[in-house]
Design a protein around this ligand. Structure first.
Ligand SMILES: NC(=O)c1ccc[n+]([C@@H]2O[C@H](COP(=O)([O-])OP(=O)(O)OC[C@H]3O[C@@H](n4cnc5c(N)ncnc54)[C@H](O)[C@@H]3O)[C@@H](O)[C@H]2O)c1
Length: 343
């Protein structure tokens, strides 16, 4: 194969695996990431396996820098045939600690729970209970909820601050009152960060790389959305909205570039077990944590995804022979999570 794939966020977990697969099936892979050492390391490993890969430092929010990198890629490999807009993520400053407004300034009582303390990696207690007679539900909430998980799974860990905590015992169980971030505590800069990285990063990178595709009259672009683009997860309003923007933009681009022979689709990953989140998903005994159980209850296939299960969709969207008439599709890869209402 004499095709060039450009993958942003290739220094990360999911896009690193995607990049490896594309290299293995013969693409010349340009691995872009703001984390230069990550992509250089990955490229070295792939090159040692006999594949064609090179790492490039690139910030998806720096259009001039992206344009320079595009020219280097052209000199190294040629014009981009396949663009994967994978750089993305959330930020704690745009993440609430509570799933619901509790009318109590975000203060809630949390029972001490050895398990959840360990999972949270902080000293705040883990299980929310009703605070001062007002409704307060967080991760320990009702079984039917499927929202509010992604923020804790590598997308921005909960950042509960104990401001002058008040503690005591209720029903024989020790508790402490903690002040969590509410919607009103989220910062403008946090929201900007998340929108810029996910949406504008996709927008600018596409502006930079799609021009050559359009000039040649062919190309495939795969954006990385999320299942929370369909229904927002609690706690992560900016990330959910930004991924909804990525899905919307995918459809816009698909229409716009149809006459240019460029197909534009997106994958919408659900919950995947990676080395980064394994300790959050499973206890030392190998059993799912409380949070994992909540996810699994709401995933009809009753398991997490393996990142390699994204690869078939990527290969499909990349391949004109397989998906030449497919454009503007946002494909959930989530074990049925998005389709399930919880009832
Ligand atoms: N992990 C999941 O469960 C999940 C679920 C749904 C969607 N996603 C999306 O999948 C994509 C990959 O996620 P991941 O879990 O592998 O995340 P990750 O954090 O492992 O990888 C993201 C990569 O993007 C890079 N990056 C950050 N800012 C950048 C910038 N300005 N310019 C260039 N690169 C930058 C990071 O350095 C990192 O290597 C993201 O778009 C994410 O939002 C992930």
């Amino acid at each position: 194969m004499d095709k060039v794939a450009v993958i942003t966020g290739a220094g990360g977990v999911l896009c690193g695996i995607i990049a490896g697969e594309l290299a293995a099936i013969g693409y010349k892979t340009a691995l872009l990431d703001i984390n230069e050492s990550a992509v250089r390391g990955l490229a070295d490993g792939l090159s040692k396996q006999g594949y064609t890969a090179k790492g490039y430092k690139a910030d998806v929010l720096n259009k001039d820098g992206l344009s320079e990198v595009r020219e280097r890629i052209k000199a190294d490999f040629g014009v981009c045939d396949l663009l994967i807009n994978g750089a993305g993520g959330n930020n704690p400053a745009a993440t609430t600690d509570t799933e619901f407004y509790n009318g109590n300034g975000g203060i809630e009582a949390r029972f001490r729970s050895e398990k959840t303390d360990k999972e949270n990696g902080n000293s705040a207690f883990g299980e929310a209970v009703s605070g001062q007679g007002k409704a307060s539900v967080t991760d320990g909430g009702s079984g039917g909820e499927k929202r509010g998980i992604e923020a804790r799974l590598g997308q921005g860990k909960s950042d509960i601050k104990s401001e002058n905590p008040v503690g005591g015992k209720r029903g024989g169980k020790e508790f402490v009152e903690v002040k969590g971030k509410t919607f009103f505590d989220l910062t403008e800069s946090g929201v900007d960060f998340v929108f810029n990285l996910n949406f504008k990063g996709t927008f600018l990178t596409t502006q930079v790389f799609a021009g050559d595709m359009a000039a040649r009259g062919r190309g495939s672009i795969i954006n990385v959305s999320s299942m929370n683009a369909f229904t927002p997860l609690t706690k992560i309003p900016a990330y959910s909205a930004a991924k909804a923007a990525v899905s919307n933009f995918t459809e816009w681009l698909a229409v716009y570039f149809a006459p240019a022979g460029i197909r534009v689709n997106a994958i919408a990953p659900g919950f995947f077990v990676t080395n980064q989140n394994r300790a959050l998903l499973f206890g030392a005994d190998g059993k799912p944590t409380a949070r994992s159980e909540k996810i699994l209850r709401n995933t009809p296939m009753n398991r997490f995804g393996d990142p390699r299960e994204l690869l078939g969709a990527v290969r499909f969207f990349a391949d004109d022979a397989a998906s030449g008439f497919v454009t503007g599709v946002i494909l959930p890869i989530d074990g049925g999570f998005n389709a399930y209402s919880g009832v």
